[in-house]
Design a protein around this ligand. Structure first.
Ligand code: AHN
Ligand code: ZN
Length: 319
């Protein structure tokens, strides 16, 4: 018995040395498809919690992900906004290879902001935004990734979570520093994961990934909680030729869904978020929280870059 086991293990080792590493086939991200998913979300109108557009989009997201994923769980929750408004939210959780213990979490927020409080035109500050980039872009990229997974399953387990009520924080003129006013859906999920004892090796959040020539600077909380993941993703992106989108430069600290996943759920999670170098507008893209965050500023090349990077991350992850 010993001889056989030795022999076979030796052969195994020899095989690993002589045969080149198993070829990794990464599917080709379709940017036209991702763009159509962004457009579809925007077509419902602003997905502001409590509105018919919000419910209609939730139903569409759930039905769409049900076509692609192995399981879809909709996690309903109720929470109080900064101003006391009681809001009903839905986190939409889609899983691939649900039985696999080795998991990666991908996420984005699907709600849109109720106020264009950074619009240059003060008279529209109380109007909701399309959120084509701020919200819909990340979700659109992840739906296309789910479609790719449906045609070619990854070897590891993947959960794609669309978080609700990320962007219902207080308007600018109510200067509040309360971080808990943002990311209500991710806070709820981090305290009440859809499965008890849920774990993932790491998470990747996509936020504002759709504008032309976007720069994804290395965000502060990502570097604080998951520095090795940031380095890996950024060097993989550079290897794919996307260094101008993923420069080795640091951005500010952004209170976003990943902050709560890191601090409450303790899953090291990075944020791929468009941050501008030394801009006064809070470091975000030009049309951030304005009525101009619409389809006119969604660029297929950027969607392609982000989708390709994330697909490469997942398919190169060792099982
Ligand atoms: C704050 O400005 C505190 N958080 C930004 C998070 C965010 C808003 N992401 C998208 N919209
Ligand atoms: Zn926002």
């Amino acid at each position: 018995v010993i001889a056989i086991s030795c022999g076979s293990s030796e052969q195994h080792v020899t095989n690993e040395i002589t045969t080149p590493e198993k070829e990794i086939f990464v599917p080709d991200f379709n940017a036209d498809s991702a763009y159509a998913y962004v457009e579809k979300q925007v077509s419902f109108g602003p997905r502001v919690p409590g509105t018919p557009a919000h419910s209609a989009c939730a139903s569409w997201l759930e039905a769409t992900m049900a076509r692609f994923a192995d399981t879809v769980i909709v996690q309903g929750f109720k929470d109080r906004a900064y101003d006391g408004t009681v809001l009903r939210g839905k986190n939409i959780i889609s899983s691939f290879n649900p039985e696999n213990k080795k998991r990666v979490l991908l996420c984005a927020h699907w709600d849109s902001r109720p106020y264009a409080d950074y619009d240059p035109d003060v008279s529209v500050h109380d109007q909701p935004i399309d959120g084509a980039n701020d919200g819909a872009s990340g979700v659109g990229v992840l739906i296309e990734i789910a479609r790719q997974f449906s045609m070619q399953h990854p070897s590891i387990g993947v959960d794609i979570i669309f978080f609700d009520i990320e962007d219902y924080g207080p308007p600018q003129d109510q200067q509040s520093t309360e971080t808990e006013n943002w990311g209500l859906g991710s806070q709820y999920w981090s305290r009440n994961p859809h499965l008890t004892g849920y774990r993932a090796r790491y998470g990747i959040l996509l936020d504002m990934v759709g504008v032309k020539d976007a720069t994804f600077l290395m965000e502060g909380f990502s570097m604080m909680y998951a520095p090795s993941r940031v380095k890996k993703v950024w060097s993989l992106a550079a290897g794919l030729g996307y260094q101008s989108y993923f420069p080795e430069e640091y951005g500010g600290y952004i209170t976003d869904d990943h902050y709560f996943i890191n601090t409450i759920a303790n899953i090291p999670t990075i944020n791929i978020i468009h941050l501008e170098r030394d801009s006064q507008s809070g470091s975000f893209f030009e049309h951030w929280h304005t009525t101009s965050d619409n389809m006119e500023h969604i660029d297929k090349s950027t969607l392609k870059v982000v989708g390709t990077v994330v697909l490469n991350v997942v398919f190169r992850e060792k099982g």
